[in-house]
Design a protein around this ligand. Structure first.
Ligand SMILES: [Cu+2]
Length: 578
């Protein structure tokens, strides 16, 4: 069982336990003795079951197993200690209603802390929870008429009020230093020489035809995806971005391309968004070979989804053989690209450049031929071995280059079971194929660093964000949401290590701008395959990734989840050079 499933199972059992105690309390209050006993017994079983899931999580190395014991543990133990003895010796079942309800309130309170407050646990949230549990218990006492003595009730009320006041103050106070504010004096573009490849991309609303339907899109040069930009390594690219009528502005971000900071296309960080009627010229040297893509970074969760993206391919030399790009996207619920079939002569070398431009993972399966994964995120792999009947999972923003020699029989590429590219008719059931783990694929090389100058933990979670005008259920990093996540500060030349922990129940595809990170380990297991230099990688629920990079590209860089609605809902911070 994966850590992610254990976390989910633990949450479900916690909900069942809380519901059992509450239901038992209600049944006892209604003098339904058998029902009360059954529900309380069920809740007790679930509570014991939680001990099993928490132990399993601790044994699997889950970072937050201790927190489950520290927050939920004492409340649950208190609840069981109060409720069970009374249940066993009670003459009148109604007399155990309040202890059972207390157990239910305690379980619910602990659940609320887990789901709403998240990481890091604070004294404030703990006190608030205790206050809430005591208050609810006191109200139940009054309503059910089983009044406690004056001293007990006065003490309980005092504790509750005190905890409420302190707790509220602590929970709302900012947990960390404010983020570095970005001013608008952007860095000047560096001199890169005379352009050798010039392109113009005009962003505008457009109606495009997808699967026989007209779709309202935002497009570069009227097409989705935008024009494919190609270059040979060493070229100087000059791309003029114009905005015809995208009211919320556009920029161009070169996803995976470690351009100088001023060319990175992040509005309010490296440039102003380009508004209707305006233009911005990007210039950079194409010194990285491989498969990349570009997309708007202005209201990117909307802009990319509506079609403001395209492919960037930089080749070491003019293409030989068959070289196909497959940028996968979902436009208005319809899958792109349209399926395409073209015969390829036997013996021809073929490179399929698979690009995931959506916000969630896609599954790719190449049927009919053995193949190798030649590159991931633009970086060539070391010693990739032939694979057959094996699927690959590409995270949001990620790219895999698959290479093979065309056999005499047809081959087909399936994305989530749909054929998107083929050389002839192929029927294959790829759904049960195993999935490649890139951390164990190819030939290892030693990690180039033995010590790290800077270490940053990044705990990805969900939580209530009370810092804005309206409270929101944000996607958080280290308990805070954009713009309140402290900026990471590095010095040029530092070797930096991120430890990225996913405490939530959804996948977060992590993406640092301006740098490729080397994967060191996942869930405590060191990477044993080819060195993996990634710019986009899926941190699944319960995962702990260690990645590192050398700070060699000065500037202020976005560091965010590439599930773009998550980034928009808070999961975005910045890394800057001192
Ligand atoms: Cu995310």
């Amino acid at each position: 069982m994966s850590i992610g499933s254990l976390i989910a199972a633990d949450l479900v059992i916690a909900v069942l336990a809380a519901a059992g105690w509450l239901g038992g309390g209600a049944a006892a209050a209604a003098r339904r003795r058998l029902l009360a006993l059954a529900l309380a017994g069920f809740a007790l079983l679930a509570t014991v079951g939680r001990a099993v899931t928490v132990t399993a999580l601790a044994r699997a190395g889950w970072w937050f197993a201790a927190e489950k014991v520290l927050i939920a543990g004492p409340l649950t133990l208190a609840a069981v200690a109060v409720a069970v003895p009374r249940l066993l010796r009670a003459g009148d079942i109604r007399s155990v209603a309040v202890p059972l309800l207390f157990a239910g309130y305690a379980g619910s309170g602990a659940l609320l802390v887990t789901v709403l407050h998240g990481y890091p646990a604070s004294a404030g949230a703990g006190l608030l929870t205790v206050a809430g549990v005591l208050a609810a218990t006191a109200v139940s006492w009054r309503v059910l008429g089983a009044r406690p003595s004056g001293t007990v009730s006065r003490t309980a009320v005092a504790v509750a009020v005190g905890a409420l006041v302190t707790g509220t103050g602590l929970a709302v106070a900012p947990a960390a230093a404010p983020a570095v504010t970005h001013d608008h004096r952007y860095e000047a573009a560096p001199e890169v020489g005379e352009p050798t490849r010039r392109f113009t991309l005009t962003a505008g609303t457009a109606t495009v035809r997808v699967s026989g339907r007209d779709v309202e899109a935002w497009a570069f040069n009227g097409q989705v995806p935008g024009p494919e930009l190609t270059a040979t390594v060493g070229d100087v690219l000059e791309v003029t971005l114009r905005n015809r009528d995208i009211g919320r502005g556009v920029t161009l971000h070169w996803h995976g391309y470690d351009v100088p900071n001023s060319q990175d296309g992040v509005p309010d960080v490296t440039q102003d968004a380009v508004l209707p009627g305006q233009e911005f010229v990007y210039r950079f040297r194409a010194d990285q070979v491989g498969t990349y893509w570009y997309h708007t970074h202005s209201v990117s969760d909307v802009g990319v989804r509506k079609g403001l993206y395209g492919v960037l391919v930089v080749r070491p030399a003019p293409a030989t053989g068959v070289d196909v790009t497959v940028p996968v996207h979902t436009l208005a619920g319809l899958p792109l690209p349209a399926p395409r079939t073209e015969p390829v002569g036997a013996g021809t070398p073929v490179r399929l450049r698979l690009i995931n431009t959506d916000s969630t993972t896609h599954r790719y399966a190449l049927a009919g031929t053995p193949f190798r994964v030649a590159a991931i995120d633009g970086s060539d792999l070391r010693g990739p071995t032939p694979l057959a009947d094996t699927a690959v999972l590409i995270p949001a923003g990620g790219r895999y280059d698959l290479v093979f020699t065309a056999p005499a029989t047809p081959v087909a590429l399936f994305v989530d079971g749909r054929a998107v590219y083929s050389t002839g008719p192929v029927s294959a059931e790829t759904g049960a194929w195993p999935v490649l783990d890139p951390l164990t694929y190819g030939v290892a090389a030693p990690v180039p660093w033995s010590r790290f100058d800077k270490e940053f933990p990044l705990v990805l979670d969900r939580g209530l964000d009370l810092h804005g005008l309206l409270p929101r259920y944000a996607h958080t990093v280290n308990g805070a949401a954009d713009p309140d996540i402290p900026t990471q500060v590095v010095r040029r030349g530092d070797v930096v290590r991120f430890t990225i922990v996913n405490r939530s129940l959804v996948v977060h595809p992590w993406h640092l701008h301006g740098h490729h990170v080397l994967v060191l380990s996942r869930n405590g297991k060191p990477a044993t395959g080819s060195p993996l230099w990634l710019d986009s990688f899926d941190v699944r629920p319960g995962d702990v990734w260690e990645v590192a990079f050398r700070a060699d590209n000065p500037g202020t860089w976005a560091n965010h989840c590439h599930n773009l609605p998550h980034a928009d809902a808070g999961m975005m911070l910045h890394l800057t050079y001192s």
